[in-house]
Design a protein around this ligand. Sequence first.
Ligand code: ZN
Length: 447
Amino acid sequence: MRLWIKNPIAILADGAENGVVVEDGVIIELVAAGQQPMLPVEQTFDASSHVIIPGLVNTHHHFFQTMTRAHPQAINKELFPWLQALYPIWAKNVTPESFRLGTRLALTELLMSGCTTAADHHYLFPAGLEGAMDIQVEEAQRLGIRMTVSRGSMNLSEKDGGLPPDAVVQDEDTILADCERVLQKYHDPSDGAFIQVALSPCAPFTVTKNLMRQSVTLAEKYDCRLHTHLGETLDEDDYCEHHFQCRPVDYLEECGWLNERVWLAHGIHFNDDEIRKLGHHCVGVCHCPTSNMVLASGQCRTKELEAAGSPVGLGVDGSASNDNSNLMEGVRHALMINRLTYDAASVTHFDAFRWATEGSARCLGRTDIGAIRVGMQADMAFYRLDDLRFSGGGDPLATLVLCGAHEADRVMIAGDWKVEDCLPTHMDVGKLRFEHGEAAKKFLEAL
Ligand code: ZN
């Protein structure tokens, strides 16, 4: 079935003013202004009420944290005390059931905001949650969203000088065995993949050097991406100085992590030399503007990183430090926070869109998503401009960002509609809201 999506108000693509033609889940033609498709089409979709952008790509999240949004014991804290307040709450309450609902909620929110590919960094494995990665794959498949399942890990607890309590860490052999199991079972490196696997030791203060190195070996064996938190806070700098007698990027280098498989979450506190080094090795950085503001972590040097050669993507980050999963809102926040660092002309809505689409796709090592071009997967988000907030908006693409678009009217993934009339085609949102809300109440009970 060849489908012509015709006559959009605006589209974030060159030479596609009169829409795109989709066949077998792939974009096969861009239709320029005043033109018709070259090949005959069987179906048309009238997009004259829509602004179309490439499906957004989220490169950092912690889905389970949707259970502890605005948690009274964690609000108004910075990263380390925030984590120390939440670890025991998560350790006690994250079960397969609550984890499944947290995953379902985060994925659904992302999708409804216009996200078509999501990476989740899951690093918490209390007893009973050994099947976390399987749950995430099932939920992504149920919704029809693409996902990079990022098998996280923590093996350095308080007793060994790390930050997390014993109850949420695993030993190295258990971690590596499960990483290999998940890679063998789910990792699909091919174009158009719906599920890919990345390996993601949590952070310098939660894993051992040896686990970092072993993760590189596995990633090379299975040709997958590597991910971790780095450069998020000055506390992390102090931790590295104290425990490793070096800065976080030096630590990364010692672990064999300066290579193009790697994308980092946050990447805030890098000096000029470190930015040059990361760029030289094409290490990607996921900018998390909302979370960085909530936790008062600082501002990622996005422009310098890109200029040095690093792909820069966008992430909402975990839902205890955002506290939602709306990537379109993240695009707006990225524009705004970056204007506090750079001048207005240097950071435009096109920059913010690029981070959330092509930049994020590069972080995930994908060349088949992140842009509306011939040969790319047909992943697109469609927004209407009917709400009061858009009335009077001039430039349609700038209107989406500056007036605060936050829900897609339609979302297409691999040529199939996954959101119609602002609702997911494969999810009962009311039922999900109720079930998730009930499960989250347990996380408020006293320890
Ligand atoms: Zn994070």
